[in-house]
Structures are given as structure tokens and as C-alpha cells.
Design a protein around this ligand. Structure first.
Ligand SMILES: Nc1ncnc2c1ncn2[C@@H]1O[C@H](COP(=O)(O)OP(=O)(O)O)[C@@H](O)[C@H]1O
Ligand SMILES: [Mg+2]
Length: 250
């Protein structure tokens, strides 16, 4: 459980000559841990997730996955790292929940029986069996978010990245999504969650990274980071102790 799954050293990303989006970031993520990545709008959180996933080429810095240098191995990262996009709900491709989940595994050249086994497993894990034949566009907001997570889980990634998974969800769906993520972590998954909604997830994180204006400005346990968040323009309920921030799962 304590092994390092991901390590990033000096990760720097710029657009053109003078627009630095990410500036020499270094951090690591333990296997089986739940990392919260937070920071104000425009800090570079979504860009960081896309780089980790292998969607943008990296010119400066090194990315290690399970101790191996995978900086230049974008295809390897695409396969081993799952990313639930912020707007995943508008990107469904299948005519049904099952077909949408199948879309990803079909490209893995797995035998059909293994594809079916994985799809059944994910539908069961996410309690989505009843929606199997539904058109994704007819699902509720919470169900859509679950389907987006299912599409990533079925690929059995080593690391799961989620970009603002609580955005535009109602209270019940936020609770369900958070509980699902905690269940996945309990099952051994490693998660990096991007959210500025500190009050919802800080208390459940093992480790917190704070990005502000391209820089990693804070890093540590939720307890250590909590008193420093407001200094970086991140909303924190006033004078709320960490223990009280588990309200969503009680
Ligand atoms: N394709 C792009 N072209 C120009 N600027 C971009 C592009 N993508 C992101 N940016 C800029 O990079 C910075 C970080 O954006 P982003 O990673 O989306 O931040 P966050 O997810 O933390 O809100 C912002 O200043 C944003 O305007
Ligand atoms: Mg973003």
C-alpha cells in the first residue's frame, strides 16, 4: 500500500514562449491513496491531468509510473492512466450504457468473453445493471457521472484521475459519487481528484496538493493544508475542524 505509484519531477509546461501553465512541479502519489488536487480557476489543474494522462507532450520534467520513466511513453500512459473528464457527460459515444462502456475495451484486443466479464463487473460494482440498455443521454446527471467513471474503470487503469467530478451534480449525486470513489479506493484503486469543493472531499483525502498560478504552493496531509487554503483563494467553511468535513458521508 505504501509503494509510490506516480512520481513527477520538475514538470513544466508552457504555451508558446512566455505563457507558463505549470512551473517545475514535483510530487508523488502512493499506491492506493486518495490525492486531492485543488486550486483556484486557471491554476493549471486540468492541464496537469491531461499531461499525466499523455494527451499533451511534455517538454520539461519527468514522469515515473511504478518507478519507470514514462515521460516519453504517452501511449503507455494513455493505457495505464484513466481520466474522467470534467465534461465527460457530453462525450458518450454508445447508443446504450453497455455499448458506451464497451467502446473503450473493444480497442484493447481482448477476447469478447473478457470484455463481457469486465463490463458485467463494472456494471455490478457501480450498481448500474438496471441501466444497461438505457440510452446514455436519458440518464440523470449522477448516473451520467457514474457512466463516465465506468468507462474509465473498465480499462483497469493503474491510476484514476477525475476532473471536478462533483460539478453540476445535485446533493444526492454528489454523496453517491463521493461514496463510490471511497469504495474504489478501498478496493485498492489509486485516485487523484481535482476539485475546488474542499468542504466535500478534503477530509477523505490522504494527501493534498494545492496549485496556484502554475505553482505547487502547498502539499501535505489535509490537517496540515486546511489552515493554509484560504490564503490561496480557496473557499473553506469558516472555523470548521477537519472532522466536521465528513458530513457528506455520514
Ligand atoms: N488551449 C489553451 N490555450 C490557451 N490557454 C490555455 C489553454 N488551455 C489552458 N490554458 C490556460 O492555462 C491555464 C490553466 O488552465 P487549466 O489547466 O484549465 O486550469 P484549471 O483547471 O486549474 O482551472 C489558464 O490560464 C488557461 O487560460
Ligand atoms: Mg479545470
Amino acid at each position: 500500500m505504501n509503494d509510490e505509484l506516480l512520481r513527477v519531477e520538475g514538470l513544466t509546461y508552457a504555451l508558446g514562449e512566455d505563457k507558463t501553465i505549470l512551473d517545475h512541479l514535483s510530487f508523488s502519489v502512493r499506491e492506493g491513496s486518495f490525492t486531492l488536487l485543488c486550486g483556484p480557476n486557471g491554476a493549471g489543474k486540468s492541464t496537469l491531468l491531461r499531461i499525466l494522462k499523455g494527451l499533451y507532450p511534455l517538454e520539461e520534467g519527468t514522469i515515473f509510473l511504478e518507478g519507470k520513466d514514462v515521460t516519453k511513453k504517452e501511449k503507455h500512459r494513455l493505457r495505464e492512466i484513466g481520466l474522467v473528464f470534467q465534461d465527460a457527460d457530453s462525450q458518450f459515444v454508445g447508443q446504450s450504457v453497455e455499448k458506451d462502456i464497451r467502446f473503450g475495451v473493444e480497442n484493447l484486443a481482448l477476447p469478447v468473453e473478457e470484455q463481457n466479464r469486465r463490463i458485467d463487473e463494472v456494471l455490478h460494482l457501480l450498481s448500474m445493471e438496471e441501466q444497461r440498455h438505457r440510452n446514455p443521454h436519458t440518464l440523470s446527471g449522477g448516473e451520467k457521472r457514474k457512466l463516465a467513471i465506468a468507462g474509465v474503470l473498465v480499462m483497469q487503469p493503474k491510476l484514476i484521475l477525475l476532473d471536478e467530478p462533483f460539478a453540476n451534480l445535485d446533493y444526492q449525486s454528489i454523496v453517491a459519487t463521493l461514496k463510490l470513489l471511497l469504495r474504489l479506493q478501498k478496493n485498492g484503486h489509486t485516485i487523484i481528484l481535482v476539485s475546488h469543493e474542499i468542504e466535500k472531499c478534503l477530509a477523505h483525502a490522504d494527501h493534498v496538493l494545492v496549485l496556484s498560478d502554475s505553482l505547487l504552493v502547498e502539499e501535505g496531509s489535509p490537517k496540515k493544508v486546511l489552515p493554509r487554503l484560504s490564503g490561496h483563494g480557496i473557499y473553506v467553511p469558516h472555523d470548521t475542524p477537519l472532522e466536521k468535513l465528513t458530513w457528506l458521508t455520514q
